[in-house]
Write a protein that binds this ligand. Structure first.
Ligand code: 3PG
Length: 208
């Protein structure tokens, strides 16, 4: 397994971030680091994403910063150029997966069906994002996927909360969980970094 995925497994939670203003990037990263979670998936849903990745990796070079919602090979390039160490996608786009694999960029494409899992396997992947986790069957679905796909690890994302994250992490085929509950877009935009640090710290305490 790629060392980046091993690091994600140790951290257990990947904060999924929508950031609208680059000026919030470093204070946000500081809150995550202070809360005990030196990791961030900055989604390419806003124009600030690449700049935020660049600022965070400059300020915290050892932080595990990735790019989310990467829909094209071009975005993967942009993310890596900004300093992203891994990329995440909501779905499995074979063109993007092949491009990242050839370039040695760790990629977590989203899947939610057996056929999509097999497509991932055929592309040489054995770590996949399970998205949208709660809507696609949640813990029960992942448990059902354990037997046929014993060698596949998942990163469930979508609908995870403090109330259900421990159930996901207890599954043997879950590598780590993605979630936005500790880094809500409104909190970031409002500069509520103390609150983010507290929610992050609570999340870390919950899963350790
Ligand atoms: C997303 O789509 O933003 C991620 O899957 C996070 O989902 P969440 O906001 O339900 O945690």
């Amino acid at each position: 397994m790629h060392s980046i995925f091993e690091s994600l497994a140790r951290l257990k939670i990947i904060p999924v971030i929508v950031i609208n203003d680059v000026k919030n990037a470093v204070p946000l990263a500081q809150a995550l680091v202070d809360g005990g979670l030196p990791c961030a998936e900055i989604t390419f849903r806003t124009a600030a994403a690449a700049g935020a990745i660049r600022e965070i990796t400059k300020a915290f070079p050892s932080m595990l910063v990735g790019a989310g919602t990467v829909l094209t090979a071009q975005q993967a390039d942009e993310a890596v150029a900004a300093g992203a160490k891994f990329v995440v996608a909501p779905g499995l786009n074979p063109t993007t997966v092949k491009y990242c694999t050839e370039k040695g960029i760790p990629i977590l494409p989203g899947v939610c069906t057996p056929s999509e899992i097999e497509q991932g396997l055929s592309l040489g992947l054995d770590v996949l994002k399970f998205f949208p986790a709660e809507q696609a069957g949640g813990v029960d679905m992942l448990r059902a996927l354990c037997s046929p796909y014993a060698n596949v690890k998942f990163v469930p994302t979508g609908g995870l909360t403090p109330a259900n994250v421990s159930q996901y992490l207890a599954l043997k085929n879950v590598l780590a969980c993605g979630g936005s509950w500790m880094v809500k877009e409104e909190m970031i935009s409002a500069g509520e970094f103390d609150g983010i640090r507290e929610l992050t710290s609570e999340a870390v305490d919950m899963v350790c």
